[in-house]
Design a protein around this ligand. Structure first.
Ligand SMILES: [Fe+2]
Length: 293
């Protein structure tokens, strides 16, 4: 027997007194679908993004019901992407999957933040960069790093968009690779020697890096970077600017846009920065440090 294309709310056991909340939020009647993948048992709207505003209590209730619904119902879902998520990037620039599960960095960076940060914000930068090259086909053959490393050489009509979207793509691709579960074990060897030479101690580096991270006004990044001679230093950039734009090579970078931490830490950026040190993949940083510029 063919599966129904949508599932009536009553079938899912949502109390009748709460139906109006779903209907008002989703602006639909029966055009919802059940995401029964592990950990994602939720009603999702087919047509309107406001379902994300459903109360947590109601979402949990529907999740419990979804857990017993056959996973084959997923195939009855409409083809549209989940609400508020941008369409998957199409074009020369692609969004690579996270190199670990979204919850791998818990409890320091929560899974929901990772899902939104990667699947929506990073995806939007990739989409934005692809849009730029639809109007400037000659740029499509260049790598994102090539594009942002020489912004001044770009056509003026593409410059700002490449700076923002290309910078966002490069910075976030860097960021995911920089992190790991059970990270934070201080480096040794030449990198540690350089840190001690520059900052006195490893804790001295952390203190300076934290200070710089908190000093970013508004949205931006704080970095440990090196120049072409291998000299390390701390810098900050606004928006999605990158050390590459100034001829320096990023080694450690923390995204201090609120989208990177607000769900878990709200306005306490310092708590996010302190947590960040627990997930730094220092082996990756050491490789970047020793790699010739
Ligand atoms: Fe970000």
């Amino acid at each position: 027997m063919p599966l129904p294309r949508s599932v009536p709310f009553g079938f899912l056991g949502v109390p009748l007194r709460n139906l109006w909340k779903l209907q008002r939020a989703a602006r639909v009647t029966t055009a919802c679908w059940v995401d029964a993948r592990p950990g994602r048992g939720m009603l999702r709207p087919a047509l309107h993004p406001e379902l994300d505003m459903i109360t947590r209590r109601l979402a949990l209730k529907t999740a419990a019901v979804a857990a017993v619904v056959s996973p084959t119902l997923i195939h009855a879902a409409p083809a549209a992407a989940p609400a508020a998520a941008p369409a998957a990037p199409t074009g020369p620039f692609r969004l690579d999957p996270l190199p670990y599960a979204a919850d791998a960095l818990e409890p320091f960076i929560d899974a929901r933040t990772m899902e939104i940060h990667h699947g929506r914000h990073h995806a939007a930068y990739v989409n934005g960069l692809n849009k730029v090259v639809t109007d400037h086909a000659d740029l499509a053959g260049k790598s994102p790093l090539e594009l942002i490393s020489n912004i001044a050489a770009l056509p003026e009509t593409a410059r700002t968009a490449v700076r923002n979207h290309g910078g966002g793509h490069v910075n976030h691709s860097f960021f995911w690779q920089l992190l790991k579960r059970n990270g934070g074990i201080p480096p040794s060897g030449p990198l540690m020697e350089a840190l001690v030479r520059r900052f006195g101690t490893f804790d001295g580096f952390k203190a300076e890096f934290t200070k710089a991270s908190l000093a970013v006004f508004g949205s931006g990044w704080a970095w440990l970077s090196k120049d072409k001679a291998g000299e390390i230093g701390i810098e900050t950039t606004a928006n999605q600017d990158s050390p590459y734009m100034g001829g320096r090579i990023p080694l450690v970078g923390i995204d201090v846009w609120e989208h990177a931490y607000y769900l878990k830490y709200q306005n306490k950026r310092v708590d996010y920065v302190n947590a960040f040190f627990n997930v730094i993949h220092w082996e990756v940083v050491a490789e970047k440090f020793t790699k010739p510029a």
